[in-house]
Design a protein around this ligand. Sequence first.
Ligand code: HGY
Ligand code: MN
Ligand code: MN
Ligand code: MN
Length: 396
Amino acid sequence: MTEGVAHGQLAGLDQIDGVGRDGVRGGYSRHLWNDSDMQLRSWFVERAEQLGLAIEYDRNANIWAWWGAPGDDAIVTGSHLDSVPGGGAFDGPLGVVSALEAVAALKRDGFAPSRPFAILVFAEEEGSRFGVACLGSALMAGAISPDRVRALVDAEGQSYADAARRVGFDAAHIGRDEESLRRIGLFLELHVEQGRGLIELGSATAIASSILAHGRWTLTFRGQGNHAGATLMTDRDDPMVTAARAVLEIREAALAAPGARATVGRISAVPGGSNVIASTVTMTLDARAGSDDETRDLVADIAQRVGASEFEENSWSPEVAFDADLAARLQAALGGVPALPSGAGHDAGVLAAAVPTGMIFVRNPTGISHAPQEFAELDDCLEGIEALVTVLKGLL
Ligand code: HGY
Ligand code: MN
Ligand code: MN
Ligand code: MN
């Protein structure tokens, strides 16, 4: 059996397959510090320690697994273990499992790093619980206010600070982490591709060239709650109608802006009775475009079109152009694989503002992500691990 393979799948993915399965949505719902996230964190620690790595937790709840003594200017690889609601099995875990498999392969080859090396697992990359994308890396890079994060609340109204306390994590010291940033000489994230680029290029792997700017907003539409039966159609101030028009306007605005993407992923109504005209409707807006300005322009156009009562920014991740020299070195090391722009955001993108980062993508033959159909063939996963081993051997 090829090392690291079980039941025709990467052994690491196989081991965590049952964790956080979502029986309603399908796929997985693994969110910061929920039971499945805690199980995955424990699984990672156990697997890393089996490989002889030493575990550290940083001030932002990210997990580090060091091969040898922790040190500055390290080569660091990893990704995240959390998911979107009903997400796929590969977005995040493939990068973490591939990092563990790469260490196992290097150790089998008798390789010893000549500089500090660690695997890094970021917390709350998807922002599924607290609404902020790449929360663990954004805190590390100082890209978000610690006070604002401590006050973030989840769908149950529990604050980040309280949720942290519940799992024994002290949120008092979250924020820009100079020690961790000093320790990262280079961060390399392997990630399943989340679009169709590698299908069309016919390549199993690629490196990342750029990441779209990405923001998240909450739009609120207010009206007059009322009785569904006793209120004439001409007497209604129904925010559900305004919200429905807004969804179509958002689509039109994005279609009018080349390369832009805008998504309404969730709509909720208060009070939410089937025989009640809503008083308030809120919806999420995820907007992205090639540059910060284009994204800001798109959102300004949307705001002008939809007439929301409130239009609140929740999260902002600037556009990313990966270091061209590093990207070229990665491409050369991998025999000239293609370079792909990424519509998906990543911790490597957030960190790029503070330290050198790069990404290796692994083909997803469905071209679908953030859904149960997300997939990567075992052979392509093994090719991705081989690519990671090749690059790490050249860096370590
Ligand atoms: O939303 C994203 O682009 C990433 O998957 N967090
Ligand atoms: Mn994702
Ligand atoms: Mn991801
Ligand atoms: Mn990521």
